[in-house]
Design a binder for this molecule. Structure first.
Ligand code: TPP
Ligand code: SF4
Length: 247
């Protein structure tokens, strides 16, 4: 019998540690499928950040480096400049990329570094137990804002993708989600485009993916997917924000 669905070659056999209902695992799989389809496993180098995905270095069957909080785009810059024929991607949460790593991501995009960023936005600091992130929605409860995020005290959530899209150095930016099968397919297409931009040496590409954190949101996996649709998507609209050249 022909096997039509299997584990991507670009994923190791290590079992994910993610909580039930966490969509980090789906996103890992999509990245790995694209690495397989583009046949770039041998020349891919991933930069894991901090946060729940810190152990991405155990999961992707490619060369991996782990960067301190927020510094993944700077590390990716160095790796790509030293090894321009490699395919370099960072995998970063919103606490990592949009808080302590704001400077690194903004300047990597502004410089038009030929790297690909996978930005996983779950609106919270997942690993450290659900503190407020720059992306936490107004009114969203978290351990450091138990009454819900109050803009008078904590300001407003940042739409990182729109912000980065204003930079001339950014070539391709899309916001995706993985809360339905159709959205998973769309996210996969965007990840492919982002890697293709890098392969064509056309500059900085980033795919933001709205993701769940059931354990810290205090919701079951099904209600977490519903929350993405009902609460996150209205504030973080899906689709390509900066289109690349179509080939
Ligand atoms: C310099 C530094 N500051 C703080 C931390 C603690 N820390 C580890 S993970 C994390 C939150 C990460 O959240 P996010 O990037 O949103 O990823 P998630 O866990 O939600 O996937 C923090 C604050 C750290 N590791 N390094
Ligand atoms: S804490 Fe949240 S982001 Fe981390 S693995 Fe669990 S559900 Fe996923």
């Amino acid at each position: 019998m022909e096997i039509v669905f299997g584990r991507p070659k670009a994923l190791t056999k290590v079992e994910f540690h993610y909580c039930p209902g966490c969509t980090h695992g789906i996103i890992h799989r999509l990245v790995a499928e694209i690495i397989d389809e583009l046949a770039i496993q041998g020349k891919s180098i991933g930069i894991a950040s901090v946060g729940c995905s810190v152990m991405a270095y155990d999961y992707f069957a490619v060369d991996m480096i782990q960067a301190a909080h927020g510094r993944a785009p700077a590390v990716a810059t160095a790796v790509k400049r030293v090894h321009p024929e490699s395919v370099v991607f960072s995998y970063q949460g919103d606490g990592d990329l949009a808080a302590i790593g704001t400077a690194e991501i903004v300047h990597a995009a502004a410089r038009g570094e030929n790297i690909t960023v996978i930005f996983v936005n779950n609106g919270t600091y997942g690993m450290t137990s659900g503190q407020m992130a720059p992306t936490t929605l107004i009114g969203q409860k978290c351990t450091t804002c138990p009454e819900g995020r109050d803009p008078g005290r904590a300001g407003y959530p940042i739409r990182m993708s729109e912000l980065l899209a204003t930079l001339d150095g950014a070539t391709y930016i899309s916001r995706e989600s993985v809360h339905t099968p159709a959205r998973i397919n769309s996210a996969k297409k965007a990840i492919r485009k982002a890697f293709e931009v890098q392969l064509r040496k056309e500059g900085f590409s980033l795919v933001e993916i709205l993701s769940t954190c059931p354990i810290n949101w205090g919701l079951n996996p099904v209600d977490s997917l519903k929350r993405v649709e009902d609460e996150m998507v209205p504030f973080y609209p899906l689709g390509e924000i900066k289109k690349c050249r179509e080939v």
